[in-house]
Design a binder for this molecule. Structure first.
Ligand SMILES: [Mg+2]
Length: 237
């Protein structure tokens, strides 16, 4: 552990709307899917379906090749310019950074690479496009029992907590709820602010990763963990 080590040992970070200001999965759906994808999204945002069902039903509406969708994303969207310096700082002070994303996922590694970010874990869903067939999903980061989410952000946080120590979670949206519930330190913006308030989760507001770095640098000793007994997602059928 470096001499200047931060009390937080890992940071789990959402991608769409967080590392990238845009929700790239949504933009791909807007361009390559029929408009019903929005109705499915609203049902997810209302809590009527889990993110896993949302993803699979929206994915079935996509028409196009992975290559065209990736080109579309890379030509139009870039990651937040403050993320690469944040990762470099985090690595210097011994914070392991992981991306946890419950979207289409395939564009994350190429977008990070094009911004010079490498060597961090990416936990997301895997989608395969076969011409003439519905896309198929493989969910290597799903919870072994709970079927609510595609990628379990609770598990992403808790596995790092067990292995490394206190975990920070950085996010902005509905799919970040359970990551925030279980993290030691939460950075929230946009929808996640209201969700944290409703769940009674203390959070730091943030706009850029410079704010996240400042917030982590200003921690006084180890944060106190207040995670709940069990993820409310377990109630999702
Ligand atoms: Mg997001």
């Amino acid at each position: 552990m470096p001499a200047s080590a931060n009390p937080v040992r890992a940071a789990v970070v959402d991608f769409d709307g967080t590392i990238c200001e845009h929700d790239v999965s949504e933009e791909i759906l807007r361009a390559f899917a029929t408009p019903e994808w929005m109705d499915i999204d609203i049902r997810f945002q209302r809590g009527e379906i889990g993110s896993r069902e949302c993803l699979i039903r929206q994915g079935a509406l996509l028409e196009g090749t992975r290559r065209d969708m990736l080109r579309y994303a890379l030509d139009r969207y870039a990651i937040d310019p403050t993320f690469a310096p944040f990762v470099a700082w985090a690595q210097d002070v011994g914070i392991e950074v992981a991306v946890a994303s419950d979207g289409l996922g395939f564009y994350i590694e190429p977008m990070l690479r094009s911004a010079g970010v490498a060597g961090i874990s990416i936990l997301t869903n895997e989608v395969t496009f076969v011409p003439g067939e519905r896309p198929s999903f493989f969910l290597p980061n799903a919870h072994p029992v709970c079927v609510g989410c595609g990628t379990c952000k609770m598990q992403a946080v808790l596995s790092r907590r067990d292995r490394l120590g206190p975990v920070a979670f950085v996010g902005e949206g509905h799919s970040d709820r359970y990551g925030a519930l279980y993290a030691d330190v939460v950075f929230a913006k946009k929808h996640l602010v209201d969700i944290c308030r409703a769940d009674g989760v203390t959070f730091h507001p943030w706009e850029t990763f410079d704010d996240v770095r400042t917030g982590l640098e200003s921690l006084n000793g180890s944060p106190e963990w207040t995670g709940p007994e069990r993820c409310p997602g377990w109630k999702t059928p």
